[in-house]
Design a protein around this ligand. Structure first.
Ligand code: BES
Ligand code: ZN
Length: 457
């Protein structure tokens, strides 16, 4: 423990500089303009793995962005940890809202500011540095395999094929992921639940062309007005419940005991509101903010457009209106089924004056992980040692669809030991990651490897 700490202390500058090099590569998976940079980030990782004395390091090309794979097998009799992370990042937009350029990392007030600082380059890179730390002590306590993918932020479209094809190569005893948050730096937690996702794009067409809003206005329905009405009707104004027929049929209802226990989790509502500069939250009646953001399903418009949005006023009655809508799902809801229910419902509520098209995007299933596995126990013990406090198991609202996939295809449990904070502004301008969190991760992960070697025997 002391040896780990002192190695980290001596190398903290090097660890930060390496992460900065990684963060400088704009590996935005969603935008084809960055394709060469995505490849560059994969190659950069290969070089870093090359310095870690691994047995194998390879880039697997896919129809989309490449997957980086690395492994170090010490002894077939030892347990194997499969680490998963992603090197792709969200687009930096809206770029004008960043206080410093998104791909020029800087440390301010103890935090590293850059796109991907927390999600997930900073968190994924901790796992490489943890191997470096463990290498100082001689042999690794467990065998280790790494999958670092480049398409997590766009739905991991090609990972499933990879996992199915290389099932044998990926055999392991546990999956370890750092791509989630903790409650606070002095309240460590381990994620035991993630939501699923169904994501659709809708297109509402009125007249076959844009029209003069005086000549035709009033005579015909405006597709933007109609889309707004349709979207507004997707939630009951009284209860905040989603009105898509069948949407709640399979929703897991949690016991009063579970909810009570969850309610004891530290949560400062006033600070939450102040941080967001909001006077109130709204949302589904009968559930707290923490519940609404983790154990309850949602329906949200992520983007809406159509008509004239340039400078000044153009009097136009648009031909089309569009929106991107996401639904976060909870255990037992099935992503494809929810998408089908949405498509049927949206077609049904459309008035005869418009044509409606719904295009499904990526989706994924929710995941719940047990606190009774050697993996969870090894993580809890590691955090207990490094933070001096027992971590609290929590469910989170984000999605990592591959967790359910790993369970299905490889039959493996996942440990979601993340070191980010909800306030790290992931997917937003000024994303950041605490230097404390980065170094704490590098300190805790080697302890996980050691504990898992003991507990998984
Ligand atoms: N790291 C996040 C997921 C996350 C964030 C989990 C915070 C728990 C707490 C991940 O990179 C992400 O953003 N995933 C997408 C998945 C989607 C593209 C299928 C998400 O949740 O929107
Ligand atoms: Zn992520």
């Amino acid at each position: 423990m002391e040896a780990i700490k002192s190695y980290i202390e001596q190398n903290q500058e090097k660890f930060l500089n390496e992460l900065f090099d990684f963060l400088k590569i704009p590996s935005v998976s969603a935008d084809s303009a960055y394709q060469a940079d995505v490849q560059k980030a994969a190659d950069w990782l290969v070089s870093r793995f090359g310095e870690l004395n691994m047995d194998r390091v390879e880039v697997y090309p896919t129809e989309g962005h490449p997957i980086v794979y690395a492994e170090k097998i010490i002894d077939d009799n030892r347990p194997t940890i499969l680490v998963y992370g992603h090197y792709d990042v969200q687009p930096p937009d809206p770029i004008e809202l960043w206080d410093s350029p998104p791909f020029e990392p800087v440390v301010k007030d103890g935090k590293i500011y850059a796109r991907g600082a927390c999600d997930d380059k900073g968190q994924a890179y901790m796992h490489l540095k943890a191997i470096e730390v463990l290498n100082q002590g001689g042999e690794l306590p467990c065998n280790v395999k790494f999958i670092v993918e480049g398409e997590e932020e766009i739905g991991s479209d090609h990972l499933e094929e990879f996992v199915r094809k290389y099932k044998d190569m990926l055999s392991a005893d546990i999956i370890l992921v750092s791509d989630t948050s903790m409650i606070a730096n002095d309240v460590p937690s381990i994620t035991v639940g993630l939501r699923g996702l169904s994501y659709v794009e809708v297109e509402v067409t009125g007249p076959n062309r844009d029209l003069h809003s005086g000549v035709y206005g009033g005579a015909i329905d405006n597709p933007i007005n109609i889309l707004c009405e349709m979207i507004a009707s997707l939630k009951d104004p009284e209860t905040g419940k989603i009105t898509v027929e069948g949407f709640y049929d399979k929703v897991e209802e949690l016991s009063a005991e579970y909810r009570e226990e969850m309610g004891r989790r530290p949560f400062d509502r006033a600070a939450y509101l102040a941080d967001l500069d909001m006077a109130d939250t709204g949302g589904e009646k009968g559930y707290s903010e923490l519940e609404r953001a983790s154990i309850r399903p949602t329906l949200d418009v992520n983007g809406i457009w159509g008509g004239y949005i340039g400078e000044g006023a153009k009097t136009v009655l648009p031909s089309k209106a569009f929106a991107k809508i996401s639904m976060r799902l909870v255990p037992h809801q099935v992503s494809d089924e929810i998408t089908d229910l949405f498509v049927k419902h949206f077609q049904k509520i459309a008035p005869s004056s418009v044509k409606v098209e719904v295009r499904p995007h990526h989706g994924g299933e929710a995941a719940v992980v047990s606190t009774e596995t050697p993996g969870y126990k090894a993580a809890a013990k590691a955090m207990e040692t490094s933070f001096g406090k027992t971590p609290i198991p929590t469910r989170e609202g984000g999605s990592i669809p591959i967790v359910a996939l790993f369970q299905e295809v490889l039959g493996l449990d996942t440990v979601l030991m993340g070191f980010g904070l909800d306030s790290d502004a992931i997917h937003s301008p000024n994303e950041h990651y605490g230097v404390f969190n980065y170094l704490k991760g590098i300190e805790t992960i080697p302890l996980f490897h050691k504990n898992f070697a003991e507990l998984a025997k």
